[in-house]
Structures are given as C-alpha cells and as structure tokens.
Design a protein around this ligand. Structure first.
Ligand code: NAD
Ligand code: UFG
Length: 337
C-alpha cells in the first residue's frame, strides 16, 4: 500500500502508541481512535515530542456505532490497524460478556463502518493464544487454531480471526492481515513511551516494574515444576518496537493475498527465572520473588516460528530481551523523574 492515511484504533495504548510512532516515521498520515479506557490522552504529547507530528485523535468507543460512523464520514482511510480491545485474561473469565461485546462487537461495528465507507484494508492484533496447546515447541501459522482455548479473551481473538476470513469471502476486494503477537515487552528507547496501563497490571513485565519500583513487595513466580530447563514457564518475549515495525511491514505488503496470517515473535523462549536474573543484572538490584502455585491456564512453553514473516514481510525481530529490559528500566527512570 502506498504511504497513505491510516486509522489506528487503540492507538494511545501500549502497542498502538509505539506503532503510531513507527508509522509517522515511515511517512504515513495517522489518526487515532481510542476510548481511553486503558490509556491516557498524554500519550499524544509524547508521540508529538518523538515525531514532531500530533496525530488527530477521536475519543470514541468502538461500540458507539454513530460516533464511529462520524469518524469514517469525515475521512477517507486507506487502511485501519485495529488494536482496540480488552486484554486481561483473568478478567475475561469473570466478565465474558463484556469481552465478547467489546472485542467481538466492537470489531463487527468497525468492519461494518469500513464496509459502508469503502475501506478495504485491515490489520488485526491477534495473539499466540489462538494456538491453544499444540504440544509442539514452536507455533506455525498453519497449525489448527481455536482448540483447547482456556479463556474468553483468547476466544475473542479466535472468533475475530474467523469473522475476518468470512468477510474476505464475502468481499473479494477486502484484505486482512492477522498478526499473532507473542509476548510484547520493552519500551521506546527514548524512555518516554512504554507500558502504562490504567488497570492493575497482569503481565509479567509490568509486574516486574512495580516490584522494582517498590509498589509490589515481591514477584510471585507461578510454578517451578513445568517441564522446562529451570521449571518455570517459557515465553517468546518480543520488543514492542520490533512488534511496531512489524505493522509497518504488514501495511507495505497488505493485499498480496486476501488474507495473510503472521506470527510476530523472535523464535526464542525465555523462562521467568531468566527474566528475573536479566532484570536484576541490568538494574543492579535483586528482584524479590517467591514461587507460588501454578496459574490456571498457563502453558509450559509458547514460542513462535517467525519464518513466514521473515520471508513474506521482510520483517524479523532485531532487539533482544536484554534490550527490552534496558529500555524498560530507562522508561521507569523517566517515570520517576
Ligand atoms: P492496551 O490496553 O495498552 O491498548 C488497547 C487500547 O484499546 C487502549 O488504549 C484502550 O483504551 C483501547 N480500547 C479498548 N476497548 C476499546 C473500545 N471499545 N473502543 C475504543 N478503544 C478501546 O493493550 P495493548 O497491549 O497495546 O494491546 C493492543 C492489542 O494487542 C489488543 O487487541 C490486545 O488484545 C492485543 N495483544 C496484546 C498482547 C499483549 O501482551 N500486550 C498480546 C497479544 C495481543
Ligand atoms: N508470570 C509469573 N508471575 C506473574 C506474572 C506472570 O510468574 O506475576 C509468568 C506466567 O506464569 C507466564 C509468564 O510469566 O509464564 C508470562 O505471563 P504473562 O501474563 O505476561 O503472559 P502470558 O504468556 O500469560 O499471556 C500473554 C498475553 C496474552 C497473549 C499471550 C500470548 O497476556 O494476551 O501472551 O502468548 F495471548
């Protein structure tokens, strides 16, 4: 796709904001739509500081069909990158309807608007969670999905992927790229942009940050009796800036096929204990931790096979877990300042 105008839903959120920076730096005109449920308006100031451009912002909820239509009526977008959604796995078990309404309902509204206003290109934030338990070391894009999913959040991602396939069948001019993220961590190298949720953090790295800042007394390691070298779970941690770059590559290649699916990961898995050691080494401070019960639904290892994105999108992760930890610490220092 030529460098044109893109709407980014969820663009003030963690992955969305880093992607907006990369898009602007690559010459795209970007507008953001977000309801600010899990992000702050101040992110726009940071984007402006980093890029010199302040993207137009619409405080709109995807469930507000009229508000959404007003945004599409005012603009012609060449494509949409769709990050907006709820993402807390445990909360999705407690509030499944909220997750289906927000994630699936919100996406249907977005697709209807895109149809009504003739917008034919969509990039969707999916997740490695759609693979469920495969019994293989690495997940490959053509493996079956949607089996043995343990929570409604994961099912929303799976259902949306299936909806996108159906929309592609119904409209031969519609193009979708499904990006399955593994575990995004890290922050922008400036230290200005990072993960700053309004909600209580659920993921490992934001919790590690809170322990390092003394806001949480210790890190609970969810089990050390998994079939991994040190007994703790292993994940494919990917630097958020690498992930953001992946979206720019996907936009450049959208439309080669009607529906394209890619893993965005590094192909390397790191254990919880290795993360703790790397964090302590980089910060020079021991991170208090304690092994507790396994967390229900956790798998021993989740790791990407990232070959397809390398071959077809010309994208691969360049940054390491150590880079991500360094950038996270830098972000933490800027937050304190
Ligand atoms: P985030 O919470 O930081 O960003 C999501 C943004 O969407 C937030 O700014 C939130 O306010 C907004 N939003 C939520 N519901 C909305 C609605 N109905 N209308 C308008 N805006 C709404 O999350 P993130 O980590 O940046 O994740 C972005 C996407 O990537 C999500 O779809 C998430 O499920 C997916 N994903 C994230 C991870 C991860 O570990 N962070 C892993 C795999 C997939
Ligand atoms: N962990 C701990 N203690 C904590 C938090 C996490 O030991 O306090 C462990 C978990 O057991 C897991 C690892 O750290 O082994 C990573 O946990 P996260 O919650 O950060 O991430 P998950 O792998 O469980 O899930 C994340 C996203 C999902 C996405 C999935 C894809 O939250 O949205 O990655 O792999 F689907």
């Amino acid at each position: 796709m030529a460098k044109q105008k893109v709407l980014v839903t969820g663009g003030t959120g963690y992955i969305g904001s880093h992607t907006v920076v990369e898009l602007i730096e690559n010459g795209y005109e970007v507008e953001i739509l977000d309801n600010l449920y899990n992000s702050k308006i101040g992110v726009l100031d940071i984007i402006e500081k980093l890029t010199g451009v302040r993207p137009k912002f619409y405080e709109v909820d995807l469930r507000d069909t009229e508000g959404l239509a007003r945004v599409f009526a005012k603009n012609h977008y060449d494509g949409v990158i769709h990050f907006a959604g709820l993402k807390a796995v445990a909360e999705s078990v407690e509030k499944p309807l909220e997750y289906y309404e927000n994630n699936v309902g919100g996406t249907i509204n977005l697709l209807e608007c895109m149809q009504a206003y003739g917008v034919k290109n969509l990039i969707f934030s999916s997740s490695a969670t759609v693979y469920g338990e495969q019994g293989e070391e690495q997940c490959v894009e053509d493996m079956p999905t949607g089996r043995a999913l343990t929570n409604p959040y994961g099912r929303t991602k799976y259902f949306i992927e299936e909806i996108l396939k159906d929309v592609c069948v119904s409209d031969p001019e519609f193009h979708a790229v499904i990006l399955r993220y593994f575990n995004p961590i890290g922050a922008h190298s400036s230290g200005l942009l990072g993960e700053d949720p309004n909600d209580k953090p659920n993921n490992l790295m934001p919790i590690v940050m809170k322990v390092a800042a003394g806001e949480i007394s210790e890190l609970s390691i969810y089990g050390n009796d998994y079939p991994t070298p040190d007994g703790t779970c292993m994940r494919d941690y990917i630097h958020v800036v690498d992930l953001a770059r992946g979206h720019v590559c996907a936009l450049e290649k959208i439309g080669r096929e009607q529906i394209q699916v890619y893993n965005l990961g590094t192909g390397q898995a790191t254990s919880v204990l290795e993360i703790i050691k790397a964090f302590s080494k980089a910060s020079g401070v021991a991170l208090p931790h304690r092994v507790v019960e396994r967390r229900p639904g956790d798998l021993a290892i989740i790791c990407a096979n990232a070959e397809k994105a390398k071959t077809e999108l010309d994208w691969e992760a360049k940054l390491t877990v150590e880079d991500a930890i360094r950038d996270t610490l830098n972000y933490l220092e800027h937050q304190d300042a």
